[in-house]
Ligand binder design. Structure first.
Ligand code: KIV
Length: 268
């Protein structure tokens, strides 16, 4: 049976009924595969700065980078909901910039956008939603604030921080967000946030009590050099790729490749 297209409404209706599984993807072939595997949402994350472009954090990812990767993923025509990250300083500078930049991501094929932050981006989220652009929030560790945080740290250990996370989640819900990513927060705090709002929460490094989970595809496939401790590696693709390419190199060097079957169609 053909899978039905996942919409923002589908994701919202899943809260309390079915756990939501999301994953990142940054290119056409990976998007096809994760979609065939049945994920509910594909995030073209600005984590592509680290996973694909080799930067140390997400701060140097530009809107142009995002547009190229969103368009590639959109060409896979996924049934999963396609969400695009809004990169650093493409929404913080005001509602007008946020609308202009989010609309470019939508025209490239995104079906929703994800800026980082809580109460401080209420107006941005509210206006995007008001003008037809669905928004997924992102609270807890906001990697775009890595410099002021002094590193990728867990957020919400103090009572004050935990209270702020709940306030942030409520503000995003009120602004019109359809779901919220909670990153690197103690499990008990993520649970309290999840229970305090009506929209789904999607955890990464925040325990099992959210309405869904999201992971970075490179961590799942074993392609990350130093993966975070909360990410499960489902396959060691790095070894598989290294072994396959080493075999190819060896066969080229010893003349085993190409054997006759690989040049039978090539006329001399
Ligand atoms: O950029 C990204 O991949 C993300 C996920 C970690 C949620 O924001």
């Amino acid at each position: 049976m053909e899978r039905r297209k996942v919409t923002v409404q589908t994701i919202m209706s899943m809260k309390g009924k079915q756990r939501i599984a999301m994953i990142t993807a940054y290119d056409y072939p990976t998007a096809r595969l994760v979609d065939q595997a049945g994920v509910d949402g594909i995030l073209v994350g600005d984590s592509l700065g680290m996973t694909v472009l080799g930067f140390e954090n997400t701060l140097r990812v530009t809107l142009r980078d995002m547009l190229i990767h969103v368009a590639a993923v959109a060409r896979a025509k996924p049934k999963a909901l396609l969400i695009a990250d809004m990169p650093f300083m493409t929404y913080e500078t005001g509602v007008r910039d946020a609308l202009k930049n989010a609309s470019k991501l939508i025209r490239a094929g995104a079906e929703a956008v994800k800026p980082e932050g809580g109460q401080e981006i209420f107006d941005v989220v509210n206006n995007l939603v008001k003008f037809g652009i669905p928004v997924m929030g992102h609270i807890g560790l906001n990697p775009q604030r890595v410099l002021s945080l002094g590193g990728f740290r867990m957020i919400g250990r103090t009572e004050e921080q935990a209270k702020k996370l709940i306030e942030d989640a409520k503000a995003l819900q009120e602004a019109g967000a359809f779901a919220i990513v909670i990153e690197m927060v103690p499990a008990s705090v993520a649970k309290a946030v999840t229970e305090s709002i009506k929209i789904p929460t999607i955890c990464i490094g925040a325990g099992p009590h959210c309405d869904g989970q999201i992971l970075v595809i490179h961590d799942v496939l074993g392609l990350t050099e130093r993966p975070p401790s909360f990410a499960k590696k489902y396959v060691d693709l790095a070894s598989i790729i290294r072994d396959a390419v080493a075999k190819y190199v060896s066969e080229v060097r010893n003349g085993e490749f190409p054997s006759a079957e690989y040049y039978k169609d090539i006329k001399s």
